[in-house]
Design a protein around this ligand. Structure first.
Ligand SMILES: *Cc1c(COP(=O)(O)O)cnc(C)c1O
Length: 395
């Protein structure tokens, strides 16, 4: 007691710290510059200008046009909007949608909902690394296919998808391509034209911006319905007084993420690989989930045989370490992660999984502490496991 507990935050795929310079940029829009951007007086002009500035920064970062960026309340809303509104707008052409088994629940559950509305949804399998198979994608295409929604990079295992190839296939067949880039944006350079992306979802709080603000990129010419009906905000497609401080913070976060990307991700990759190598080398009966190299710079995901991920998380927490056993949305339920099952892990191995996601603040010294802690805890948990005892006896 008395001594401050150390905190090692390795759950940056769940959310990130809002960067101090982002908070700084937002503050005036709560206090002095609180005008409603839709009002006519000059005072409100500052709010309007701030929104335009953020929209320009974001558009530029993707090679998009400013009028193609629509602010939403986050990644989940953007995913819902892209899928539901495209499904509705293109219903005359067909009712078939293709997605994958490893999407975020914001896409998967929207797919389930669309099935209840009469759409047919194909959920593509992935290989053992979590990559979709392009041949399977091509085979799944029907004359009635109107939308392909495949995530850019996976939030649990970090695997990056062949987005350019997917975009080319979609374009060749005249099918819309939506990608959930919530994890990738800010970590991987993205150009919407080069990758043939028609719609793209992002969320500020995954890249050191504030929570509750996201955007959907919608390519000009894509027919898409309004998501929120009301005022004329966001080109009449998403009504409601704009979240001005959130939008300003998002713009600042994107500017910062683009400026620091190269150096930041190179450093994180080095630390990520150091962590992966040490864990695989020093903890027996352990595997890495996700693609070994083609993965997010900050993502490591392990399965430790003979242990329960939840027990591991609780004990890591006692050592001041924040990790995750899957996605934040899965924790609290006892089902193993749908992503780990999709890459072919048996239930009992999927249950013993741990995701650690680094930030630019992560240090090697912290990772050394984390590896030591994992080694100690895994050994302790295995020594209490009848399965492990059985296994060792048979060796
Ligand atoms: C976090 C996340 C979302 C949801 O974003 P919110 O802003 O929290 O709604 C969607 N997709 C992926 C891949 C994510 O990691």
């Amino acid at each position: 007691m008395g001594e401050e507990k150390r905190l090692i935050y390795l759950d940056n795929a769940a959310t990130t710290r809002t960067a101090p310079e982002v908070v700084e940029a937002m503050l005036p829009y709560f206090t002095e510059l609180y005008g409603n951007p839709s009002s006519v007086y000059e005072f409100s002009q500052k709010s309007r200008e701030a929104i335009t500035g953020a929209r320009e920064t974001i558009a530029k970062s993707l090679g998009a046009k400013t009028e193609e960026i629509y602010f939403t309340a986050g990644g989940s809303e953007s995913d819902n909007w892209a899928m539901k509104a495209a499904a509705e707008a293109y219903r005359g052409k067909g009712n078939h949608i293709i997605t994958s088994k490893i999407e975020h629940h914001a896409v998967l559950h929207t797919g389930d909902w669309l099935e209840k509305q009469g759409f047919e949804v194909t959920y593509l399998d992935v290989d053992e690394n979590g990559t979709i198979k392009l041949e399977e994608l091509k085979k799944a295409i029907r004359p009635t296919t109107i939308l392909i929604s495949i995530m850019f990079a996976n939030n649990e295992i970090g695997t990056i998808q062949p987005v350019k190839e997917i975009g080319e296939i979609a374009k060749e067949h005249g099918i819309l391509f939506h990608t959930d880039a919530v994890q990738a944006f800010g970590q991987i350079p993205i150009h919407v034209d080069e990758l043939h992306i028609d719609m793209l979802s992002s969320s500020a709080h995954k890249l050191n911006g504030p929570k509750g603000i996201g955007f959907l990129y919608i390519r000009r010419g894509v027919k898409i319905r309004s998501f929120v009906h009301g005022g004329a905000q966001e080109r009449k497609r998403r009504a409601g007084t704009e979240n001005v401080p959130g939008i300003v913070g998002y713009g600042a976060a994107v500017e910062r993420a683009m400026r620091t990307m190269e150096e930041r991700t190179a450093r994180e990759k080095g630390l990520r690989d150091y962590l992966i190598d040490r864990v695989l080398r020093e903890v027996p009966y352990t595997r890495l989930n996700g693609h070994r190299t083609n993965r997010l710079p900050n993502n490591a995901n392990f399965s430790f045989q003979f242990i329960e991920g939840e027990s591991l998380l609780i004990m890591l927490d006692m050592d001041g370490i924040c990790g995750s056993s899957g996605s934040a949305c899965t924790s609290g339920s006892l089902d193993p992660s749908h992503v780990l099952l999709a890459i072919g892990l048996p239930h009992e191995i999927a249950h013993g999984s741990l995701r650690l996601t680094l930030s630019e603040e992560t240090t090697k010294e912290e990772l050394d502490y984390v590896v030591d802690s994992i080694k100690k805890i895994v050994e302790k948990l295995r020594n209490m496991s009848p399965l492990y005892e059985d296994f060792m006896r048979r060796q």
